[in-house]
Design a protein around this ligand. Structure first.
Ligand code: PLP
Length: 367
């Protein structure tokens, strides 16, 4: 008998009837897009959850990040991490800016605040760290560097919706934070994303940017795309928000089960949490140190695949190793390069059962 496949991720779904009820209003209103009632309500609820004065929705997280980076004149340099999803680096380049790659901390894989200053030069305009896997960046140290040099801090918080530090949402760190609401994220709107910020004057600009740069009448004052979230996406968000806590609790159950079964083994590196941080358990990254474990990350991944278990090399390779940089000098980041060779994201989603986690761990351990 072939055991059922386990995917690396699975989208959270609200009860079917709840979504049907939510979208019934859209048939009444016939407002399908352009900041309709569902969209307005979702922005309001997100301002409450994130505790920021401003929240602007977008059709996806990537467009939200580009909206934030559009604040800087092209040609500027942005200090960022190469240990991230393609979107972070591509958003910088697509906005005409230049990524400067800074190495990461070996424990949490987030941008190392100690190494930022070496990369700051006359063209630096911003720092763009990533709360990778929902791990909270060293935001106080990053803020201190930014203030010394008059730089803006924009967080890629795509992984970190629902994450708090000492009870405060990560969305309140930095000048602007981008959250992704893609189907695979801990909270989703099918496709979607937002910017969260405290300077309310930014809202009008972001709202214009996402709608062809039009501020009110028919005239474009910015070269913006169409990046609006539809009412159907917003309706999914309103439903999923009601279930967020229970979905995160289910993810936590799976994470604790992994920790119990994989913890304390030579050559397997787990992330067991940061002081004061409440996680959203968005991912389950594990490092396999070949010299101690006796097998490479790739070998573990192949055995899992042979047993119908999906795992993902997330993130490998570094974005700085993408062929888009061929021929251009990029900054070296040896710690990130080492982590990228060892990292494997194991299946993680709300509802991943204890039996399934056990099967995954047994497959890993029977090398
Ligand atoms: C998902 C993700 C994005 C992009 O978000 P989309 O909503 O998919 O456009 C950006 N950065 C990181 C780190 C992500 O994981």
């Amino acid at each position: 008998m072939i055991a059922l496949e386990i995917n690396v991720t699975r989208s959270s779904m609200p009860p079917f009837e709840e979504y049907i009820q939510e979208i019934a209003d859209i048939w009444e209103s016939r407002r399908l897009s352009n900041a309709g009632p569902k969209h307005q309500l979702l922005e309001e609820k997100l301002r409450e959850v994130l505790g920021t004065r401003g929240v602007t929705l977008f059709t996806n997280g990537h467009q939200a990040l580009e909206a934030a980076l559009s604040l800087f004149p092209p040609g500027g340099e942005v200090i960022t991490t190469p240990f991230t999803f393609a979107s972070t680096t591509l958003a910088i380049i697509r906005c005409g800016l230049i990524p400067r790659f800074c190495d990461i901390e070996p424990e949490n894989y987030t941008l190392d605040p100690e190494r930022i200053e070496d990369l700051i030069g006359p063209k630096t305009v911003a720092i763009l760290p990533v709360h990778v896997y929902g791990h909270v960046c060293g935001h106080k140290a990053i803020r201190a560097v930014a203030d010394r040099h008059g730089l803006r801090v924009i967080y890629d918080a795509a992984h970190a919706f629902g994450v708090t530090e000492n009870g405060v949402s990560v969305g309140q760190q930095g000048d602007i934070s981008m959250f992704s609401f893609h189907a695979t994220k801990a909270f989703h709107t099918i496709e979607g994303g937002c910017l969260a910020f405290q300077d309310e004057s930014l809202a009008r600009r972001f709202e214009a940017w996402r709608n062809f740069g039009i501020y009110g009448c028919e005239i474009s004052e910015l070269v913006g795309p169409n990046a609006k979230m539809s009412e159907f996406q917003a309706a999914m968000g309103l439903c999923n928000l009601r279930h967020l806590d229970e979905q995160i609790a289910l993810r936590k159950d799976a994470a604790l089960c992994y920790q119990e079964l994989l913890g304390g083994r030579q050559g397997i590196v787990l992330n067991v949490g940061q002081p004061g941080v409440t996680s959203n358990y968005a991912y389950y990254p594990v490092r396999f140190r070949e010299d101690e474990w006796g097998e490479s990350r790739d070998q573990v991944m192949e055995r899992l695949a042979a047993h119908g278990i999906g795992a993902r090399k997330y993130f490998y390779p570094l974005t700085s190793a993408f062929p888009i940089f061929d021929g251009t000098a990029v900054d070296e980041t040896p710690i990130a390069a080492g982590v990228a060779e060892e990292i494997l994201c194991l299946p993680m989603y709300a509802g991943l059962s204890r039996d399934e986690v056990t099967r995954i761990c047994e497959t890993i351990l029977k090398r």
